[in-house]
Design a protein around this ligand. Structure first.
Ligand code: CDP
Length: 221
């Protein structure tokens, strides 16, 4: 097992941006586990598996038809779902509105956790998500848990989505971030919570650079 830096936290706390920067800084691989849950959700949407009531059994049966990989393109990482670049689709609101339900299915989690652990056999990684420090790599030496007020997180995500041209309404983003926090924290399997040995970083009043400096200064070994 190689070196692992685990970055967990609430929705839209800037985990991915920080994890990416830290990975660049140390020359580690960056793994966005949220993108993996989003890709499975996107697969369910395009395969029409999410019409109510959600057919969990069919979703579980289809997992063996899903292949998820990461590829580096133009120095940034993209996620491939069955060989196709799905990066532009997985950040949209239809995925955000369904992902926590899919992430609550234990079989989906074990399917993705297995891939996450395999990646870390050969590579030093910075991995961001919800359960990296608690479940995926409980022995990781460096664990962080990022948080910020709900309004600040919703505003950051709103600006991000707006800049990628999505027609978006702030109140919808706020509602989605709030619901995902609730669903992610209250699910039975691998609920979102800080690992006992995680360092909690409250980012509401910090710039992206200040958070980065703080994290870098706290990483050891
Ligand atoms: O970037 P943001 O905080 O909005 O979310 P994300 O990291 O892309 O994760 C999207 C969703 O995937 C979360 O709301 C969780 O439901 C799920 N997820 C999870 O359950 N476990 C992980 N390790 C990563 C994400």
């Amino acid at each position: 097992m190689k070196k692992i830096i685990a970055i967990d936290g609430h929705a839209a706390t800037g985990k991915s941006s920080q994890a990416k920067k830290i990975a660049n800084f140390f020359g580690y691989n960056y793994i966005d586990t949220g993108a993996m849950y989003r890709a499975v959700t996107y697969y369910c949407i395009i395969s029409d598996l999410l019409s109510e009531p959600i057919n969990v059994r069919t979703i579980i049966e289809r997992l063996n038809k899903i292949n998820i990989e990461f590829k580096i393109s133009n120095k940034s990482q993209i996620i491939l779902l069955n060989g196709n670049d799905v990066e532009p689709f997985i950040r949209k609101m239809d995925v955000a509105e369904n992902v926590s339900k899919i992430a609550g299915i234990p079989e989906v989690r074990s399917f993705l956790v297995k891939i996450q652990r395999q990646i870390a056999i050969k590579n030093n990684v910075v991995m961001d998500g919800r359960d990296i420090g608690t479940v995926v790599f409980p022995n990781a030496k460096n664990k962080f848990f990022l948080t910020a007020s709900l309004e600040i997180r919703a505003k950051r995500r709103f600006e991000e989505l707006k800049s990628s041209n999505e027609t978006i309404i702030y109140s919808k983003v706020l509602e989605n971030v709030k619901i995902r926090d609730y669903e992610d924290s209250s699910r039975l399997v691998s609920p979102l919570k800080p690992a006992k040995d995680a360092i909690i970083v409250e980012t509401s009043n910090l710039t992206e650079n200040e958070v980065f400096e703080r994290l870098i200064s706290l990483i050891n070994g």
